[in-house]
Design a protein around this ligand. Structure first.
Ligand code: TPP
Ligand code: MG
Length: 551
């Protein structure tokens, strides 16, 4: 048998898993792996910060269901992956992180740069392992991909010390991946849920984060269309019912009081599909009702605000088909809450055509330049609530937002990933001036990769979201404002194109021209956040909770 090097085995095992790209920044401990990548079919995508590499890899997992892979050096580089690990863990995105380490068989540099990364990754991953022999690499890589992909998906970390990467061994066989079908829901659970749903007088469906998994969206939409029960979505469940727009009641971007809660408050039964309680609660369950049925890949975690009375657990798509078989044509009250739809959607869209830089107008104009399959990748800031609430989606995963870790800095890297995966689709990153600057160096990556990408930077010269919360809680306006670079010249310095929107009437045209011109285009737009207070505080406070329904 021909001896093979550990790093070659690693890369062969990654190719065996169908990996096409690895994102990251190598260090000297990864140089064997870099050399093995050079001689492989895998592309090494260099980033300008490891955090961005992890956001990209996680987003690949989110969009395709197949783990994205990122790589870093030991200590400092590996620690820079940690926010990305948490992003993937909370967001249920399959991802593999490979980090280097000093040799483990001898110690010629004492403790220089050594941090116990396997331990640091423990609370941030589903699995974290040090590779201690080259022979084990095929097994560990297959296991890493199995664990990362399995419901609930998430990040896995492998640490490859440099001497193990350089060591040779008799080539152990690679383990071929195979498809694993998930178990279907138990017929008794389906019968029980069907009985409850048939008795409901005012049922409502809710589509949650797990409904956005690429594997489940088709059957899920069919379930909605067959039962014809109106639905709302969580922030991360948007777009999961293509063709079901006439049953869409809204998105729960706030936990209570928003217009969509008019329907939620009146419902006597909410059937949640794929809800993951990492999301900010879309509604607050209370002792008085409504009843909740949880349908998911996994049973519901019990929370103070979420404790479903019945559950249907199993592969979502097929389980929903079997449930629809029991329900179709037997739901006389399915549409009881539908009459509320028009007024809810009208209230949400209120003032979206005013000639001011309001968040509503911004969302409206962005929607107009995005085709149905265009992807928006949001960073975290005040505008996220407005996009979650007001941006209408027709397809799953066309509004990528993070309502789980809710970290700043992921908007641009996740948009870069989407642009790499779908070069034919329109991709836009939407960032605040705070969040954009947390990973703005990745403009260089986007330009180097020759991507077509629009980056919309919303400028209020402040950490607007926190400033708003400060005001809502009656604190003094303090400590939240800053100055910005000239974003147009900043973009140009990277070799990107920059433009500034001077009047709201120019926003749509500027975005349209940016897409048509191609390349990396930064568009800077001011915002008037006075609407936060007017709508999200005063207007919604005045909206009385629904009176208890008669009968
Ligand atoms: C990494 C990280 N740091 C801090 C926060 C807390 N935080 C949430 S939103 C926000 C302000 C965002 O400012 P900006 O990106 O300018 O958006 P804006 O709200 O002003 O539109 C902050 C500081 C966070 N979510 N993530
Ligand atoms: Mg800001």
């Amino acid at each position: 048998m021909k001896p093979v090097k550990g790093s070659d085995l690693l890369v062969a095992a990654l190719e065996n898993e169908g990996v096409e790209r690895i994102f990251g920044i190598p260090g000297e401990e990864n140089l064997d792996v870099v050399e093995s990548i050079r001689r492989s079919s895998i592309e090494l995508v260099l980033t300008r910060h490891e955090q961005a590499a992890a956001f990209m890899a996680a987003t690949q997992g989110r969009l395709t269901g197949k783990p994205g892979v990122c790589i870093s050096t030991l200590g400092p580089g590996a620690l820079n992956l940690s926010t990305g690990a948490a992003y993937a863990l909370l967001g249920a995105m399959p991802m593999i992180m490979i980090t280097g380490q000093k040799g483990v068989l001898s110690s010629r540099q004492a403790r220089f740069q050594i941090v116990d990364i396997v331990a640091a990754m423990r609370p941030l991953t589903k699995l974290t392992r040090q590779v201690v022999s080259a022979t084990m690499i095929p097994t560990l890589v297959r296991e890493a991909f199995r664990v990362a992909t399995e419901e609930r998906p998430g990040p896995v970390h492998l640490e490859l010390p440099e001497d193990i990467a350089a060591a040779t061994c008799d080539a152990p066989p690679l383990i071929r991946p195979h498809a694993v079908e998930l178990p279907l829901a138990n017929p008794a659970a389906l019968d029980h849920a069907a009985a409850i749903i048939m008795q409901a007088k005012r049922p409502l469906l809710m589509l949650g984060a797990a409904a956005s998994r690429p594997r489940s969206t088709e059957e899920l939409a069919r379930f909605v269309l067959r039962t014809r029960i109106p639905y709302f979505t969580t922030q991360m469940g948007k777009g999961t019912v293509p063709g079901g727009t006439e049953l869409y009641m809204g998105t729960a971007a706030l936990s209570e009081r928003d217009y969509v809660h008019q329907a939620i408050e009146r419902a006597d039964l909410i059937v949640t599909i794929g809800h993951d309680t990492v999301e900010k609660p879309p509604f607050i369950m209370g002792a008085a009702g409504p009843q909740v049925i949880h349908i998911g890949y996994q049973s519901a975690t019990v929370e103070q605000v979420y404790f479903p009375q019945a559950e249907v657990i199993g592969e979502l798509g097929m389980s929903l088909r079997m449930l629809a078989d029991r329900l179709e044509g037997r739901l006389p009250h399915a549409q009881a809450l539908l009459p509320l739809r028009a007024s809810i959607l009208k209230s949400i869209a209120d003032r979206n055509d005013e000639d001011r830089f309001t968040p509503q107008r911004l969302v409206h104009d962005v929607r107009e330049v995005m085709p149905p399959d265009g992807i928006l990748a949001l960073d975290n800031g005040m505008y996220k609530i407005w996009f979650a609430r007001n941006y209408r989606t027709r397809m799953a995963n066309t509004l990528l937002l993070d309502n789980a870790l809710a970290t700043m800095g992921a908007g641009l890297p996740s948009a870069i990933m989407a642009a790499l995966l779908y070069p034919q689709r329109r991709i836009m990153a939407v960032c605040g001036d705070g969040g954009f600057m947390m990973n703005s160096q990745e403009l260089e990556t986007a330009v180097r990769l020759r991507l077509n990408l629009v980056v919309l930077v919303i400028e209020d010269r402040a950490y607007g979201m926190i400033r708003w919360k400060q005001a809502v809680d009656h604190f003094a306006d303090f400590g939240m404002t800053f100055d910005n670079p000239d974003f147009v010249r900043y973009a140009e310095a990277y070799g990107a194109h920059g433009s500034r929107v001077a009047s709201i009437g120019d926003l749509k045209g500027t975005l349209e021209r940016a897409f048509q011109a191609g390349g990396v285009q930064l568009v800077c737009v001011p915002i008037d956040y006075a609407e936060n207070e007017r709508v999200l505080v005063r207007e919604l406070r005045e909206r009385m909770p629904a009176a208890p329904p008669a009968g």
